[in-house]
Ligand binder design. Structure first.
Ligand code: GRF
Length: 194
């Protein structure tokens, strides 16, 4: 069984889609823990309800990014994961942390990378007037939203789309895309090399 640790900061709907798919599709993998940097992350409730170990590492308890990342890494390592999954984890990670998990840490970003890195991606897409938008699963490398692309999901941008309506349709696709990619990784059908 491969061990997966999922990092969240909030709602955790992508984490939920992964937990549900792993169970329904009987992946050769176990969600070893869900770890949040925010004690009030809603997703922690779902993890508790599903008997998944949880932990919280609060950034403001550490003097700097290096010490926070060291504490986070120590917490993650308690579960000896094969794969670290960032699912709405809203922290920029230090190069040392990223290097430690090189080739075994993935992220989902709500745009068709390399377009629209960073925050407010749906607003960026509407402002740019693109006809297609979507989500990307990529390996995490030191530069934000730059790692090798593993897979993408596309949605058409509709004439009346608002930031919310577009976000909603992209999120529906994220919930299909992210479990699909992670399943391929844990089943050894997708090679990861950073
Ligand atoms: C998702 O849109 C994801 O792509 C982005 O942050 C959002 C997290 O949503 N990185 P959730 O916490 O998984 O519901």
């Amino acid at each position: 069984m491969k061990k997966i640790v999922i990092l969240i900061s909030g709602r955790g709907s992508n984490m939920q889609s992964i937990v549900n798919a792993a169970k329904a599709e009987q992946w050769p993998a176990q969600i070893a823990a869900v770890i949040s940097n925010r004690p009030d992350a809603e997703g922690l409730i779902f993890a508790h309800q599903h008997q998944i170990p949880t932990a919280v590492v609060v950034s403001k308890n550490y003097p700097d990014r290096e010490e926070f990342d060291a504490a986070l890494l120590a917490q993650i390592e308690q579960y000896s994961p094969d794969l670290v999954v960032l699912a709405g984890f809203m922290r920029i990670l230090t190069p040392q942390f990223v290097h430690f998990y090189a080739g075994r840490m993935v992220n989902i970003h709500p745009s068709l990378l390399p377009n629209f890195k960073g925050l407010h991606t749906h607003q960026q897409a509407l402002q740019a007037g693109v006809s297609e938008h979507g989500a990307t699963v990529h390996l995490v490398t030191a530069e934000l939203d730059h790692g090798p692309i593993l897979d993408q999901a596309r949605v058409a941008v509709l004439p009346n789309d608002t930031e919310d309506s577009l976000a909603q349709r992209v999120l529906e696709q994220e919930h299909i895309l992210y479990p699909r990619v992670i399943r391929q990784i844990v089943e050894g059908k997708m090679e990861l090399s950073a």
